[in-house]
Every structure is written in C-alpha cells, then in structure tokens.
Design a protein around this ligand. Structure first.
Ligand code: ADP
Length: 351
C-alpha cells in the first residue's frame, strides 16, 4: 500500500536520509525503530507531507504523494498524525475535541454524533465524553488524541513517539492499547519509536534504522533471532559482539578454537566478521540436546540479579563474554568454567 523508494533528505550539509526503501501493506503496523538522529522523524514528516524530499518517491496505492518538486499537501493525503505532545484542546470536552475534525469537514450533526460515540467506545472513553482534559489522566488524554486522529477515518495513521510523555506504567499499558486499537480498526500504521519493547508489542514488522537508512526489516522474532548486522544485534536486546575472522562458511576462529554458527553473510574465508551471541544463550552447563561450541574461561566478575546471575568471563585467548545464567549456577570470581555457545544461537554477521 505504502511504497517508499530511494527517499533522500538533506538539511543543509546534514544527510538525514541517504536512500530509504520501505513498503507497508494495507492493515500492517510498521515500526521505524532506531537511536536518536537516525532519521525516523524525518521519514514520518516526509510521509505526512510536511517535508519535501530531495530525491526518491512516496506512493500510496498508485498515487504519487511525494517526489522532489511535487508534494501532495498533508490534508489531502488521507493520513492522520499523532505526536508525543498530544495537545488536546483544554477548553473543549472530550466529545468536542473529537468532533472538531468532522465539523471542519462539514459533516452533518447526526453523523458527527454517531461517529464520535463509535470512536470513543473504540478507545474506551465512552463514559468520559463530557469531561474536560484537565479532568483526565495522561493516558486518557492520549486516547483523546487517538480518537481525534481516528474519527476522520484516515487510510493511514502515523505515530511519532506517541507514548514518550507518559510514565513507565502507563506507557506499558498504552502499547497494548494501541495494538488493540489497530486490531479493532485494521488501520495501516507507521509508528516511530526509539523503544524496542514498544516496537515489538505494537508492530507487525520493524524497520531498524541507523544513520539515515534501514539496516534490517522483519518481524519482531526475525529481528531478534536473526539479526543481520552487528548494529541490529546490539540495538535489539543485548548481545555479545565479538570481532573474529571467518575460517570457512559458518566457522570462525576465537583464539585457537573454531566456533560454529549460523552464517548469513556472503563473506569469504579470512574476512573480518562479527560473532553475535545473546548473554542468556551463553551457557555454563551443557544442554545435552543441542550441539554447542565448548570453550574454557575464568569468571572475572559476578553479580546476582535475582532472576539471573550476570557473569563476565574471560576466555583463554583474552576474549570477554557475558553470560546471564540461571541463579542456581553459582561461580565465584576467579574460578574456571566451561562455556557453551549453542551453534544455533551463534550468528555470524558482517562487521
Ligand atoms: P530521529 O527522529 O531518528 O531522532 P531525525 O529525523 O529527527 O532523527 O533527524 C535525522 C538527522 O537530521 C539528525 O542528524 C538531525 O540532527 C538532523 N535534522 C533533523 N531536523 C533538522 C533540521 N530541521 N535542521 C537540520 N538538521 C536536522
């Protein structure tokens, strides 16, 4: 439905987007996830029609909405945008806030009433319709903003860090709320966030952005389980990222040990690559059902974290690796341990 091809945007000499390609299917939630400054908001502003691209194209269906020198204005793009500062009007009731967009569009009074009631029930505010924003919690105010965006029945909802002004508990609740809202309405969403849990809860697919481009796009499971770059492996969850040399396809060298892993690279023997393995997959006891790389190390640092023990281990060649082990695995600093890296959890990615 949404197709972005070769999108470029500079601010003076700053390259905000270098050449971005992205597709979203109708009814899909796509999250743009990445660190501050990677170009997420710029992408969303371009999608919304507030910015003009320097190159490339945005189309929705067969309609070209943006290219250099040609931008369909925001109000004619069939999109609603929600920001982190949800700015509901303080002197209007909830129902009046939501009705406003329809009044501007000259929708008839009876229809406004029906649509406002319907959307307020979708965001679960039907019993608060006559309240003023000052009488609502932060989460309820954010729902007013969501209702206001949805009532005009946009084809596409754009969300820019919509939960970042809420406190942690509310944020957690609202993630599920936004996903539920999507499942109720089936609306296509593009969701900008720097919070990986938010992206994982809300999105069907996550586009991980870095330095003005997309590093990897996939389902939350694919992004977490099969990171294709070192950046994705360390940005999504925690990961040991160890610079190594490729011996042959699927085999790398740590010290004088060969370590087998899943190799998605097209690197040739001798190339510098990175071995990624999640700390909770680094085991200090053998899991018999799984083929694993075995090595020896010395516990350098240990901490008890309740649900796990956090160990920093120095392998015999000096490589340091972190293990999050079950709390029953007790090892004192200075002691020698066997370290097992399950082959299927060792990912070999480009450096
Ligand atoms: P994100 O949303 O991922 O934090 P942005 O899209 O806001 O990233 O910014 C991408 C890059 O463009 C950053 O380097 C940022 O400093 C720069 N940038 C954004 N807006 C402007 C602007 N109005 N003028 C100059 N540089 C900008």
């Amino acid at each position: 439905m949404i197709s972005i091809r070769g999108l470029r945007k500079n601010y003076g000499s700053v390259v905000a987007l270098s050449s971005l390609d992205l597709d979203a299917q109708a009814g899909e939630v796509v999250a743009l996830l990445g660190p501050s400054g990677c170009g997420k908001s710029t992408t969303l502003q371009l999608l919304a029609g507030f910015l003009e691209p320097d190159g490339g194209e945005i189309t929705v269906g067969h309609r070209v909405l943006s290219r250099a020198g040609q931008v369909v204005p925001p109000e004619r793009r069939g999109m609603s945008l929600i920001f982190q500062s949800y700015a509901v009007w303080p002197h209007k009731t909830v129902a009046e806030n939501v009705a406003f967009g329809l009044q501007v569009r000259k929708v008839s009074k009876p229809e406004i009433k029906t649509r406002v009631e319907k959307v307020l029930s979708v965001v679960r505010l039907d019993n608060l319709a006559e309240r003023y924003p000052s009488e609502l919690s932060g989460g309820q105010q954010q729902r007013v903003a969501l209702a206001r965006a949805l009532v005009v029945e946009p084809e596409i909802l754009l969300l820019d860090e919509p939960l970042s002004n809420l406190d942690a508990n509310l944020r957690e609740e609202m993630r599920f709320e936004i996903r539920r809202l999507h499942d109720t309405t089936g609306i296509t969403m593009v969701y900008v966030t720097h919070d990986q849990t938010e992206a994982m809860v809300c999105a069907d697919r996550i586009a991980v952005m870095n330095k003005g481009g997309i590093e990897q796009i996939g389902t939350p499971v694919e992004i977490y389980e099969q990171p294709q770059t070192q950046f994705v492996a360390s940005f999504i969850g925690r990961s040991n990222t160890i610079p190594v040399r490729l011996v042959e396809r699927g085999v790398v060298q740590i010290g004088d040990l060969s370590v087998r892993g899943v190799d998605d690279t097209s690197a040739v023997a001798g190339a510098a690559v990175t071995l990624c393995v999640r700390p909770h997959r680094v085991s200090l006891s053998r899991a018999p059902e799984e083929p694993a790389n075995r090595m020896q190390g010395r516990i350098e640092r240990a901490a008890y974290l309740g649900e796990t023990r956090d160990y920093l281990i120095e392998l015999t060649d000096g490589t340091r690796i972190r293990s999050l082990a079950p709390p029953e695995a007790v090892h004192a600093p200075g002691s020698t341990v066997d370290v097992f890296l399950p082959v299927s959890d060792c990912r070999i990615v480009a450096q």
